[in-house]
Structures are given as C-alpha cells and as structure tokens.
Design a protein around this ligand. Structure first.
Ligand SMILES: Cc1cc2nc3c(=O)[nH]c(=O)nc-3n(C[C@H](O)[C@H](O)[C@H](O)COP(=O)(O)OP(=O)(O)OC[C@H]3O[C@@H](n4cnc5c(N)ncnc54)[C@H](O)[C@@H]3O)c2cc1C
Length: 450
C-alpha cells in the first residue's frame, strides 16, 4: 500500500468512483460524506452514490449515441458506477435504467468493505483543514454553503448557478392499468420486458390542450429576487417552462406520441405521458421528463387529470433545486487541479458537467490522474476524439460563457478527413464512436498502473 493519502470530499457518483479507482492503484483514501449528519435538499438516504432524480443513465447505444459511447469507455476502464449500474439494471428500452436502491446500496457496501477506503461521515467546511497529501472535491451540485465559500476563497472564482428540476414518482398500485398500456417507442428492445418498458397514458387532442392550459395557469413555487436570473439547464426544462414556449412544445418533447399505438383499441394518441419503472419490484414509477416546480397541491391535482393517474398517490412530487458549479476553464489546469492550489483537484458535477454519467466519468478520470501523480507517473488527458476526452477538454478550454454540459457529439474532435463524405447522421455518429473506441483503448494503457 502506498503511504501518501488522498482526501475525497463527497461520496456521490464522482467521489465514490474516484475513491474506487485510487483503491485499485493501492492508494489509501479518506472519503468524507456529510450525510446523514447534514443533508442536502434533494438526497433522501444516507447511501453513497444516491441518484437524486430519474433512475436513468440515458442511452446505452455505444454506436450512435455519445452518452452510450461514454458508458462503453467507463466499462473498459472498469468503472465502479457503470459496473454497478449494469448489475442493477431494469428494462427501459434502449435506455439504461437502474434500480436506484440496489445500485446505491451495492456501491455503499463495496466502498465500506474496501480496505483502502475509510468512509468518514462529516461535513468538510474548510479545505485548509484537510491534512492529506492530495484533495479531490466531488461535493456535487448541492455542495454545502460553507464548503462553497471555502472554494471561492481558494480559487477567487465566482461560483455559478443553474436550476435542475425533479420529476414526480407514483406508487404502482395507485395506477389504472385499464386505460393505459405498456410499450416502448417503436417496440424497441430485444426482450418483451424491454419492448414493454414504458407505461403509456394517452391523451386526445382536446385533453392535451386542456392539460397544457392547466399547466400554464398553475402557480409556480416562488423564487427569491436574486434567483430570478439563474438559468435552467436546457436538457432538463420543467414542463411549465416548455408549455409556456408554445402549446405544442410538450407534444414534441416529453409527451411526443410517435411510435406508440394503444393495442386495446388500435388508437394512436395525440400525446402521451410515459411512466418508467423505478425499481425491479415495479412498486414505483417515474413520470418521464416531467420535472416541475408547480406548487405541490396544484401539481398533484394536475397530474391526477392524466388518464390512468386519476387515483395516483405520489411517493415524491416534482421540485426544483439550485445547482452550483465552478468556472473550470478559469481555475483548473490540465490535470484538473486548481491552478491556485494544485494540492486540490475537482471532480464531478461541480466542474461543470451535467448528469449522473458525466459526473461519474469525471470522477473516474480524476481518480486515475491523481493516482498517477502520487505514483510519480506522467499522464495526459484522453484524446478529444473520445467521449471522456471530449468532455474533459470542454472543461479546460477557455470559454466566455462557460455553462454545464452533457456529453454530445458536438464536443468530439474527430478530424474532418474521417468524416468526409459521411452525409448521413448515423454514418457520422458511428464514425465518431469507432474512432473513439480505438483511441480510448490506447490512452487507457497509459493510465493503467495496477
Ligand atoms: C435536483 C437535481 C436533479 C437532478 N436530476 C438528474 C437526473 O435526472 N439525471 C441526471 O443524469 N442527473 C441529474 N442531476 C444531476 C446529478 O445530481 C448529478 O449529475 C450527479 O449526482 C452529480 O454527481 P456528483 O458526484 O458530482 O455529486 P453528488 O452525487 O451530488 O455527490 C456529492 C456528495 O457530496 C456531499 N457533500 C456536499 N457538500 C459536502 C461537504 N461540505 N462535506 C462532505 N460532503 C459533502 C453530498 O452529500 C453528496 O453526497 C440532478 C441534480 C439535481 C441537483
């Protein structure tokens, strides 16, 4: 076992992943997690790597989808989060969804039983109090105020904000299955379970416009004056914001009816609300893409006007939370260390990535980079033609309007030559992902020290 020790602040997706990667290199870590002693506004358990909203890791298509390619890279790099996601998987068509309790419980057990990781349940309020040889901050979008203040002092950076919203969850035994049906869009999936991964609640044209009008008239939870100019993350807009942009916006967004036909009457709906299982036992369902900040009393009333949900009981109603991130291109060097204080690295969503998968991926990368530094090895970032490399380069490239980002092909840097003549989108995407695969394998050899 190596003598030098790393402190990791935050036992979320990025922190758990980084601790695991360091453990594989024989480097001991103290993993500081403030829950359950101090909670965040969104976490509900004391488990590590808790998923605060949806249970989806999004598309698992590693040929045609950038997030699917990132899954692939995390699998070949032996990522903890992706491997436990795979074990806890539940059917979700072409998406990768997990049983959230099984997922986080498995990670908690693995970390607690890992002899190179010491889990310490306390809030870190001042970074200078940490005496370990290196520090990784992975305290996430809901970083406690004291720690955020300490980071601002250390970096001289303003912290930045945006909003993330949570979608409601329904108890399965309160849903009406007579008026709804199970079907994945275009019947996609290899097994019956995958082809029937979504429960569809149909709407006629009149019902849909009536529904949109109710949403537009609803009372939203109030923002403080100083919060009013904070933007929403564009990939996770609340339904009331979408509805206010036009009466058909929802029908082209989370309520799109394409690829779905009710087999009970062969009617194609004008719009649908889709529900997806939250756990393997199917006792809970998540309303897909229905993040909202409509006030709770009114929200329940509006949701119960959806066909099939008239008697719904809610395990959780939708809500909204402010996310913190830092201006990474200004404050981080090429090793994800603070330029002003290289003993500290950042990982996870606080670096300005958005999403479970992206946060865990940056945790994996930073765990490996810090490990390499402690072992005295030279490493470079993965090339920007890989998914992980594209994301990492985005975070350290100067940008006047730096904003949180999901992985997407727009960030990939493949040479123009490789894409010449590939007019078709699928052909371009599969070119990106095949270049990424071979490039990532070569990079991985340079950071595998076990
Ligand atoms: C309301 C909301 C909804 C979201 N919905 C989705 C979604 O549906 N899909 C998706 O892909 N992403 C979603 N996200 C983004 C998602 O939270 C993050 O992508 C992911 O959890 C971030 O991983 P992380 O490891 O960086 O942070 P986290 O997983 O949040 O982990 C950070 C950990 O640090 C701990 N901590 C904070 N401060 C301290 C401190 N001072 N000392 C010790 N411990 C501390 C926290 O308790 C937490 O356990 C959502 C985020 C929010 C806030």
């Amino acid at each position: 076992m190596v003598k030098k020790k790393v402190a990791i602040v935050g036992g979320g997706l990025a922190g758990s992943e980084a601790a695991w990667q360091l453990g594989r290199m024989g480097i001991p870590t103290n993993l500081y997690e403030m829950r359950p002693n101090k909670n965040t506004p969104a976490h509900k358990t004391s488990l590590l790597a808790e998923l605060v909203c949806s249970n989806s890791f999004r598309s698992d298509d590693d040929m045609n989808n950038a997030v699917g390619q990132l899954h692939w890279e995390m699998r070949v790099a032996d990522g903890l989060i992706i491997s436990q996601g795979d074990i806890s998987r539940i059917p979700a068509g072409s998406a990768m969804a997990v049983d959230r309790m099984q997922f986080s419980s498995r990670i908690t057990d693995l970390i607690k039983n890992n002899s190179s990781i010491s889990l310490i349940q306390k809030e870190i309020t001042d970074l200078k109090q940490l005496k370990e040889d290196h520090v990784i901050i992975a305290s996430g979008p809901l970083t406690s105020n004291n720690l955020a203040q300490s980071l601002i002092e250390l970096t001289g950076s303003k912290n930045l904000y945006f909003y993330d919203a949570i979608a409601p969850t329904v108890y399965a035994d309160s849903i009406d299955y007579e008026s709804t049906w199970f079907q994945s869009r275009y019947d996609k999936g290899e097994t019956i379970e995958e082809r029937e991964a979504y429960l569809n609640c149909p709407m006629t044209k009149d019902e849909y416009y009536e529904f949109v009008s109710k949403i537009c008239k609803s009372n939203k939870a109030d923002f403080n004056n100083w919060e009013k100019d904070v933007p929403f993350f564009s990939g996770c807009l609340p339904i009331e914001v979408m509805a206010s942009r036009g009466k058909d916006t929802l029908r082209f967004g989370p309520m799109k009816p394409i690829g779905l036909t009710n087999p009970k009457n062969e009617i194609k709906p004008y719009a649908v609300v889709q529900l997806r299982k939250e756990n393997k036992e199917a006792t809970l369902y998540n309303i897909v893409g229905f993040q909202t900040k409509i006030k709770h009393s009114r929200q329940a009333e509006i949701l119960r006007s959806i066909c099939g949900l008239q008697d719904a009981r809610f395990a959780r109603l939708g809500g909204i939370h402010k996310n913190t991130f830092l201006n990474s291109p200004d404050i981080l060097d090429h090793y994800f260390q603070l330029k002003s204080y290289p003993k500290v690295s950042l990982a996870g969503q606080i670096t300005g990535v958005e999403g479970y998968v992206e946060s865990a991926a940056i945790g994996l990368l930073v765990g490996r980079m810090v490990g390499a530094k402690i072992l005295g090895k030279e490493v470079v970032l993965p090339p920007p033609n890989t998914a992980l490399g594209a994301l990492a380069h985005h975070l350290i490239t100067q940008n006047d309007n730096f904003q949180p980002m999901n992985i997407n092909f727009g960030l990939f840097k493949s040479t123009i030559d490789n894409l010449k003549g590939k007019k078709n989108r699928r052909e371009r995407y599969s070119t990106y992902t095949s270049i990424a695969k071979s490039s990532f394998q070569s990079w991985l050899k340079t950071v595998s020290f076990f």
